[in-house]
Design a protein around this ligand. Structure first.
Ligand code: IMP
Length: 426
C-alpha cells in the first residue's frame, strides 16, 4: 500500500508541480489534500505551458485518476473553467474525482477576502484574495456549504439563505457594501454550475482506500508549503489550511500508517509572496538577479516574490514537521552564473546562536542569518541528466545542503522542462 506525500518545505512556489509530474508515472491516484485555487503550478510539456490552480497536475497523464480531496476548498466556477481550458487543449478530465465533503468557495468569500485585506491596511496578510481564508473560516464555524450540497437543490438554497443572512449584515454594516441575493445566487449555481460539477462528485475516501488495497501507488500532493501552514507556519502570515504532510491524512481521509515516503521540495534559494518574516531575504542586486533569472512572479497573481538565500534552519524544521524521507532541490540552474553562493546555517538572535527554528516568533523577526559561503560553478547545467555531469562545485553545494538538512537529496531540477533534472542520490 505505498503512499507518498509531496510537500513544499519553504513558503511555496518550490516547483512541486514538476516533481509531482516526474514521479506521476508510478502513480495511479494523485490526490490534492488542502488549499484551493490560491495554488498555481506550471508544467512545461513538449514546450507547451500548462498553468493549473485547482486540478492536480497529474491530469495530463491518462493512467492517473486526479482527486480533489475533502480538505480542499473548491471554487466550482474556477474548477469548470480549468476543465474547459484543459479540454480545449485536448486534455481529458473526465476521470477526475471531487470529494463531496470539500467545501465550496462562493462569491461572498472572495468579496470578504478582498474587504478584510483592505480593512487591515498596512497589516494586511497579502492573501491571494481567492476567498480561501473566509471559506475555511466558514468550515470551522460550521456554516460552510459543501460540494455535495450542489446535488441537493433544497439543501443548497436553504443553507445559502441562512448563511447570507449573516454575511449580508456584515457586508452592509461593517463594510458598507451591497449583499448577495440568495435566490439569484442559488438559481445561478443550481442551474449553471451544479449539473456540470455533478459528474465529478465522488466518495474520494473510498476511492483512495480501494486504490491502496489494490496495492497501487497513491500520491498526496500538497499545495502552498510548510511555512504557510496554519499551525506551523509564520502565523498570521499563513494560509488557512495544513500543507504539512500530516494534512494529507485529514484532507484525504487516510491514517499515517499508509504513508511511507515524504518528499520535501526545496528551491535552491527561497522566495515568499505576501507579508511575514523571512530571515534570509535579499534586498540587493543579488535578490534582483534571483527574481529575474528565476522568473519569480506569481503564476496566477503575477506578484513579485521576495527572494532570499537557502535557509537550512527552516529546512531542518521542515524535516521534523513533515517526517521527510528525502528532499528534491529545484531551480539549481538559476545559480549557473553566480560566482559565490550563501547558505544560512544558523540564526543569531540577541547574540545567541540557534541551529533550530526559534520557538517564539518574535525571535524569528529579529533573527540574523549566519551564512556559509560556497563557490559557484559558472557552468550551464541545463543539459546535465546524471550526477557525474554536474560540475564539482554544484555537487559540493548539494552535498553541503544534504549535510545541513540531514536527509538525502533525491532529484535536482536543472531547468523548467520535464526532462531537465538529475537523480542525485545513489
Ligand atoms: P491565502 O492562501 O490566499 O489566504 O494567502 C495567505 C498567504 O499564503 C499569503 O501570504 C499568500 O501569498 C500565501 N500563498 C497562498 N498560496 C500560495 C502559493 O501557492 N504560493 C505561495 N504563496 C502562497
Amino acid at each position: 500500500m505505498p503512499a507518498t506525500v509531496v510537500v513544499g518545505t519553504q513558503w511555496g512556489d518550490e516547483g512541486k508541480g514538476k516533481l509531482t509530474d516526474l514521479i506521476a508515472k508510478e502513480m495511479q491516484l494523485v490526490v490534492r489534500y488542502q488549499g484551493g485555487h490560491n495554488a498555481g503550478h506550471t508544467l512545461v510539456v513538449d514546450g507547451e505551458t500548462f498553468a493549473l490552480q485547482l486540478i492536480p497536475s497529474s491530469v495530463l497523464y491518462d493512467h492517473i485518476t486526479p482527486v480533489i480531496g475533502n480538505g480542499v476548498v473548491v471554487d466550482p466556477v474556477v474548477l469548470l473553467n480549468e476543465i474547459d481550458v484543459l479540454e480545449a487543449r485536448g486534455v481529458d478530465c473526465s476521470n477526475m474525482a471531487v470529494s463531496g465533503n470539500a467545501h465550496l468557495i462562493l462569491p461572498y468569500h472572495q468579496e470578504l477576502d478582498r474587504l478584510i485585506e483592505r480593512h487591515l491596511g498596512k497589516n494586511k496578510l497579502g492573501t491571494t484574495k481567492r476567498g480561501i481564508g473566509p471559506a475555511y473560516a466558514d468550515k470551522a464555524s460550521r456554516v460552510g456549504l459543501r460540494v455535495q450540497d450542489l446535488l441537493d437543490p433544497e439543501i443548497f438554497r436553504e443553507k445559502l439563505t441562512a448563511v447570507l443572512g449573516e454575511k449580508n449584515l456584515v457586508l452592509a454594516k461593517v463594510y458598507n457594501r451591497l449583499g448577495f441575493d440568495p435566490d439569484e445566487l442559488a438559481d445561478r449555481y443550481l442551474d449553471e454550475v451544479a449539473p456540470r460539477v455533478a459528474p465529478y462528485v465522488s466518495d474520494t475516501v473510498s476511492l483512495v482506500h480501494e486504490s491502496l488495497e489494490r496495492g497501487e501507488h497513491v500520491l498526496f500532493e500538497g499545495a502552498q508549503a510548510t511555512f504557510l501552514d496554519l499551525d506551523h507556519g509564520t502565523y498570521p502570515f499563513v494560509t488557512s489550511s495544513n500543507p504539512v504532510s500530516g494534512g494529507a491524512c485529514v484532507g484525504a481521509g487516510v491514517g499515517p500508517r499508509h504513508i511511507d515516503r515524504v518528499i520535501g521540495i526545496a528551491k535552491a534559494y527561497v522566495t515568499r509572496v505576501g507579508s511575514g518574516p523571512m530571515p534570509t531575504e535579499l534586498f540587493d542586486e543579488t535578490g534582483e538577479r534571483i527574481v529575474d533569472l528565476g522568473h519569480e512572479y506569481g503564476v496566477n497573481t503575477k506578484r513579485r516574490r521576495r527572494p532570499g538565500w537557502f535557509d537550512a534552519v527552516m529546512l531542518r524544521h521542515a524535516v521534523r514537521l513533515n517526517s521527510l524521507t528525502e528532499i528534491a532541490i529545484t531551480k539549481l540552474d538559476i545559480f549557473d552564473t553566480f560566482d559565490t553562493l550563501k547558505v544560512c546555517v544558523a540564526y543569531e538572535v540577541d547574540g545567541v546562536r540557534h541551529e533550530h527554528l526559534p520557538y517564539h516568533q518574535s525571535d524569528l523577526h529579529r533573527a540574523v542569518p549566519v551564512y556559509e559561503e560556497l563557490p559557484g560553478w559558472n557552468t550551464d547545467l541545463s543539459r546535465a541528466t546524471e550526477r557525474h555531469q554536474l560540475p564539482p562545485n554544484a555537487v559540493r553545494y548539494l552535498e553541503f545542503l544534504e549535510t545541513q538538512v540531514g536527509v538525502p537529496i533525491g532529484v535536482v531540477g536543472t531547468g523548467p522542462g520535464r526532462d531537465q533534472y538529475v537523480h542525485f542520490s545513489a
